[in-house]
Design a protein. Structure first.
Length: 197
């Protein structure tokens, strides 16, 4: 092998290793950006099975404390897109907590035969305040969770960012476990036939 070919091969391997590390970092949420993604190989699972598994995972998400709306769910293209949101709180004395706001984010899942990718991003904090009837309502003011600083309420802001990172890390794990589930094959019913002796 020529030196030029060896050098090209080393550069390619280095690039693949860097991309792999960045994907792992994104999935683990260790980067400063609030961005969670991964490309996963799912050997021997068809596009349809992966699509069904992703749909089942999302339906479980809708049953939790989140509000999820889908803008695209196309089994032919193998794409699911939508937006979800959950409430965040400020801890008060003892076990009491007060509604602080809502965090919304985008969901993107794409499947192909034997592989899939997902992406959770565009995390936005929606401010809430108490109205004159003591109800907590949205103010219309928003702030990107990619912004690391929040003057005057940094501790609470850090808490919301930490809550989001932990929630998304858990969602990454849950989704990856759900995606590799093998489809159940219905067992055939054995019908007893009358046989004369």
């Amino acid at each position: 092998m020529t030196n030029l070919l060896k050098l090209h091969l080393m550069k390619t391997l280095f690039l693949v290793a860097i991309i792999g590390l960045s994907l792992q970092t994104n999935c683990d949420g260790q980067s400063s950006l609030m961005d969670f993604s991964n490309v996963v190989v799912a050997d021997s699972l068809s596009k349809q099975s992966l699509f069904n598994n992703a749909s089942h995972w999302l339906s479980g998400l809708k049953n939790s404390d989140e509000k999820t709306t889908l803008s695209q769910k196309d089994s032919i293209l193998g794409k699911i897109e939508g937006e979800s949101s959950y409430l965040v709180y400020t801890q008060q004395a003892g076990m009491l907590k007060k509604l602080s706001g809502r965090v919304s984010y985008k969901i993107f899942i794409e499947v192909k035969d034997s592989k899939y990718r997902y992406h959770f991003n565009y995390f936005v904090f929606h401010y809430y305040k108490q109205d004159r009837f003591y109800n907590m309502v949205e103010t219309g003011k928003i702030k990107s969770l990619n912004d690391p600083s929040a003057s005057g309420w940094q501790k609470l802001w850090d808490s919301h960012r930490s809550t989001t990172k932990n929630k998304m890390k858990e969602y990454c794990k849950q989704l990856e476990l759900k995606m590799v589930e093998k489809p159940e094959i219905p067992s055939e019913k054995i019908i007893a036939k009358k046989v004369e002796w």
